[in-house]
Ligand binder design. Structure first.
Ligand code: UD1
Length: 380
């Protein structure tokens, strides 16, 4: 039997909430692998029970080998802290490869450290481009893809973006969507859980899923461009309340958004709206069940555009652009302005007018394909 000494050591990075459902299937597929030894490093960018730990529990992700414990901070502070602490890990672990996923600060910080130490960088979810450099994530995507060695994309348009930026064909592998791997393998479990949501003030939310409240919408908002500006957030609050009078809305509030609603004195208006059901961040299974049974999703998230496409739930994305255009071309996603939320919600509820295809290779088997590309990489 081979010992760990002869295995190819690969560090897999997880930092923030949307990373966890991407690394989970990968960690499972690499469990007890005969030639590859995965080392899981959590940067600690997200650290709360509901933003981090519950995902590890529900997705059965092994406890990270190392937690850098960086916590929150400005972009420069957070990125610098991750780099400093991750460099020390690279020195001690001496990996052959560092795999980063998505587009969060942890993604860019760790790829930069690895590239400067001449460690091979693999980027899962490479090539996505919103063309909007006001999004911190777009900067992270550009920086990461500029120094990546092995590009793993989720759709052909992402591969095309890389080719047009001069990345050679042989470095790009379109292998489908790991988030959908997680979704497919947890949908049944999510459907079976009892939803008992706790409101922001600690009481149980009064939601009757079996009877009166059969139709509802789910909202998530956390993009700085939407929630950090008082004017924009005020328009959003007006639209959310107006929309909730047509369809009850369940709104799990991200910590950033809650801080801003409090700062701009807007939270009370939402709390006083009878059809607006506010809760804190939800666990993976709670959120999946909620979305799967909903009639409409209103969001500014990246990953939720993909999940709703798979589930064929109409999704209104309140952003000027998306790095995931395939969810519009083939899926259930539409881009809208903040002041259009009410009217576009009504239209979507009246008639679903989206393409209801599921993009190629979004079927739940991406992790196996990625492992096979890694095996080929290490054997060549
Ligand atoms: C980050 C990612 C974003 C991703 C989002 C998902 C970057 C640049 N942004 O944004 O791409 O879509 O995660 O949630 O990497 N906080 C907590 N508990 C936590 C984590 C954060 O209370 O566990 C609070 C802190 O006050 C923090 C704020 O939320 O300042 C924002 O967190 P941060 O990680 O800076 O950015 P996100 O908005 O979560």
């Amino acid at each position: 039997m081979q010992t760990n000494k002869h295995k190819h050591k690969i560090i897999i990075i997880a930092g923030a909430r949307p990373n966890f459902m991407k690394i989970a299937p990968l960690m499972h597929a690499l469990k007890d692998h005969p030639t590859i030894e995965p080392i899981l490093v959590h940067t600690g960018q997200h650290y709360d029970e509901k933003m981090s730990h519950s995902f590890f529990d529900q997705l059965d992700i092994p406890k990270p080998h190392i937690n850098l414990g960086v916590g929150s901070g400005s972009h420069a502070v957070q990125t610098a802290r991750i780099m400093e602490r991750f460099e020390a890990v690279c020195f001690s672990e001496k990996p052959e490869m560092v795999m980063v996923v998505g587009d969060v600060n942890s993604t860019a910080a760790c790829s930069l450290v690895a590239a400067k130490l001449n460690i091979t960088v693999a980027h899962y979810e490479a090539g996505l481009r919103s063309r909007d450099r006001e999004m911190p994530e777009e900067i992270n995507r550009l920086v990461t893809d500029a120094i990546t060695d092995l590009y793993i994309t989720t759709s052909e348009d992402a591969s095309e973006n890389l080719f047009s930026e001069g990345v050679p064909n042989e470095k790009v592998h379109m292998l489908g969507n790991l988030m959908i791997d997680s979704l497919v393998s947890h949908l049944e479990q999510a459907s079976a859980i009892d939803l008992d949501l706790i409101g922001l003030n600690g009481g149980h939310l009064d939601l009757d899923f079996g009877n009166s409240l059969t139709k509802y919408g789910v909202m998530t908002f956390h993009r700085p461009s939407n929630v950090d500006d008082k004017k924009v957030l005020s328009v959003l609050v007006d639209q959310w309340i107006k929309t909730s009078e047509t369809i009850p809305l369940i709104f799990p509030i991200h910590p950033r958004t809650k801080q801003m609603l409090v700062k701009f004195e807007l939270l009370e208006r939402l709390e006083c709206s009878a059809n607006m059901h506010l809760t804190g961040p939800l666990s993976y299974l709670e959120f999946l069940k909620l979305v799967n049974n909903s009639s409409l999703v209103i969001t500014d998230s990246g990953g939720i555009q993909e999940e709703t496409t798979y589930l064929k739930i109409p999704c209104l994305t309140v952003r000027p652009s998306t790095e995931r255009p395939i969810t519009i071309w083939e899926g259930s996603n539409q881009l809208i302005r903040a002041d259009e939320i009410f009217c576009r919600s009504v239209k979507s509820l009246e008639k679903s007018n989206f393409q209801d295809k599921v993009p190629a290779l979004w079927e739940g088997k991406s992790a196996a394909r990625i492992v096979s590309v890694l095996e080929t990489h290490f054997s060549s």
